[in-house]
Design a binder for this molecule. Structure first.
Ligand code: MRU
Length: 362
């Protein structure tokens, strides 16, 4: 996608076989800065410190991390250490494990001196595949938006509510939840997006609003608790969110607060869709609530908030009493029964075991 007319991906090769560039997402929306990663440890830190985030981009960065590890120590032992280090960065998005397993399967039983070249090529492929997958999600989701647009008075926008950032910043390009939105926009369908701020890290306010704005898609930022109220008033035509891990039976684990939006959507008969690449499906898990590890983050994300002052300085301030106990669960699970459908690269499936299995043979 474009920023000020310049096409960007979220991760790109800077020096072939050596380093990649990323956008430092912790600095958005106030500063657009890029960072070079040239070691496995830098890649791991970029994931755990959330310079890169979003399930597919975490996977793509981890794949390059393994390629960098091959430059450092391509022995079996070296790669096992790199796998463990990268795997420990964030617990919920299954794309991390998927990408690391892809790299391991490729490198196992290959001569040590061949491994770096193979790994750099596969990491690039994982990035390219993600772009194609997201485009296909966009095409499949576009059909849903077209159907709703056809039922509305001509010229009235389709109102989509989204949570967190499942946009192009969360993937290599296009996004998952945003891909149908961008495609509708390109097709000239009037579209408007309600952007949940997404406390506590504000991925909606900082990232989704940034990328939609830079692309020119009409959107309005709303506080996290507003979605249900908008739905009661008929101001939301459909919800589209992303997922960090989808179980074999169609439960979805996404940014904290997604579940409440799904409950409100059910109560108001608003379609609630989840957009996902197949790399987000964890076929080993059925019951999302019981089996998906939920990342617990620092309470400081709740008690402090960052923002830009009138003089342009970015500062952090306290917003809660000093020493308050704060619990910060980063994700929640939305049971399949609340999901109207799963928008994947192979089509839109019911959120059921049969629905997913019908599209993706194991
Ligand atoms: O904690 P984050 O910012 O990595 O969480 C991201 C999300 O919850 C996204 O919705 C999810 O990864 C899907 S990204 C296409």
């Amino acid at each position: 996608m474009e920023i000020d007319g310049i096409p960007y991906r979220t991760i790109w090769v800077e020096e072939p076989g050596r380093s990649v560039g990323i956008i430092d997402q912790t600095k958005l929306p106030h500063r657009f800065t890029t960072v070079t990663l040239s070691s496995m440890d830098e890649a791991a830190r970029a994931i755990s410190d959330m310079l890169v985030r979003g399930a597919p981009l975490i996977g793509a960065t981890a794949a390059y991390g393994m390629a960098m590890a091959c430059n450092e120590d391509a022995s079996d032992e070296g790669l096992r250490r790199a796998y463990d280090r990268l795997y420990s960065t964030r617990p919920t998005a299954v794309n991390l494990r998927w990408a690391l397993d892809q790299m391991t399967a490729l490198l196992d039983n290959r001569a040590v001196e061949e491994r770096a070249a193979l790994a750099w090529a596969r990491a690039a492929e994982i990035g390219d595949e993600d772009v194609e997958i997201c485009k296909a999600i966009g095409r499949n989701g576009l059909t849903l938006i077209e159907e709703i647009a056809a039922q509305k008075p001509k010229g009235e926008p389709v109102n989509v509510l989204t949570h967190c950032n499942a946009g192009w910043l969360a993937t290599v390009d296009w996004g998952t939840a945003t891909a149908p939105i961008y495609m509708a926009y390109e097709a000239g369908i009037p579209i408007h997006v309600w952007v949940d701020e997404t406390r506590p890290r504000n991925q909606g306010a900082a990232l989704t609003a940034f990328e939609l704005g830079r692309h020119g898609v009409d959107h309005t930022l709303v506080a996290d608790n507003v979605g249900g109220h908008l739905m009661q008033r008929g101001l939301v035509d459909l919800c589209i969110v992303g997922t960090d891990r989808t179980t074999a039976r169609g439960d979805v684990c996404n940014k904290i607060g997604t579940y409440l939006k799904a409950l409100a959507a059910k109560d108001n008969e608003v379609p609630f869709y989840v957009a996902l690449p197949s790399t987000t499906i964890d076929w080993t898990v059925e019951d999302g609530l019981a089996e998906i590890p939920i990342e617990q983050r620092s309470g400081r994300e709740l008690t402090r908030i960052a923002g830009r002052t009138e003089t342009g300085e970015v500062v952090e301030v306290d917003i809660a009493p000093e020493g308050v106990a704060a619990r910060n669960d980063a994700f929640d699970v939305t049971p399949a029964r609340l999901v109207s459908g799963l928008i994947t690269e192979r089509g839109v499936a019911p959120a059921t075991k049969e629905g997913l299995a019908g599209l993706f043979e194991r």
